[in-house]
Write a new protein. Structure first.
Length: 221
């Protein structure tokens, strides 16, 4: 299987060649900066992002990043009676915190993506770890797609020498040992790491304020 993966494009849609690619995986932060209304969000999603996905024709998995605050993607919000939820392309599965096919999708943000200190205690952390480990006992997927990288692996460090990954995700990977974890969020953590048998790919290719830092990654498994 050949996977094409990227994250953190912040509105830019790469010119991709789908030839020989089996799946596209997007690890979050694709929303353009400066969208100020639901109408602008809908317009970009339906006329740019979704149109681009449909033209590629690849089975696509997408998790949300901290900048992907697309209100109309959430039919369970209070806006349901006021705004029409956007139509998702038939080839797109997006972040719902569950297993689809052989892929576990979860954003890991918030609060897990900010879990950079052993002293920090976030409400719901134990439940989230239980979900990542216990809930997938019968169907433990070999591929995980998350916006946040695990703590200490492909997560920096930042200029202040701290790491910005998730300790919960790190612990879950150690327990479950999936074959592949695809993540993003931290451009200076881009690259390949390993936790036991698990290969961790940070596929971030653009900082929010900066130019392209790389190219979408092709992963073969």
């Amino acid at each position: 299987m050949r996977i094409l993966a990227f994250s953190d494009t912040h509105g830019r849609l790469p010119n991709l060649d789908p030839t020989g690619i089996d799946r596209l995986m997007i690890a979050g932060n694709i929303r353009p900066p400066g969208l100020r209304s639901f109408a602008e969000e809908n317009h970009w999603l339906e006329n740019f992002f979704f149109h681009w996905l449909e033209a590629l024709g690849l089975p696509t998995y997408w998790v949300l990043g901290e900048h992907d605050d697309f209100t109309d993607l959430y039919p369970f919000t209070c806006y349901e009676s006021m705004y029409e939820v956007v139509r998702l392309p038939s080839n797109l599965t997006y972040d719902v915190g569950d297993v689809f096919d052989d892929v576990l999708l979860f954003s890991g943000y918030p609060p897990l993506a900010s879990q950079s200190s052993e002293d920090e205690d976030y409400e719901g952390t134990e439940d989230y770890l239980r979900f990542l480990t216990d809930e997938c006992q019968e169907n433990s997927p070999e591929i995980w797609l998350t916006h946040c990288p695990p703590w200490g692996v492909c997560d920096g460090p930042a200029e202040d020498k701290t790491h910005a990954g998730s300790r919960v995700i790190l612990e879950a990977i150690k327990i479950k040992q999936p074959r592949l974890v695809i993540c993003g969020r931290i451009p200076n953590g881009a690259g390949l790491g390993r936790i036991g048998r698990t290969e961790v790919y940070n596929v971030s290719i653009q900082d929010q304020e900066g130019p392209w830092n790389g190219q979408p990654v092709i992963i073969e498994i």
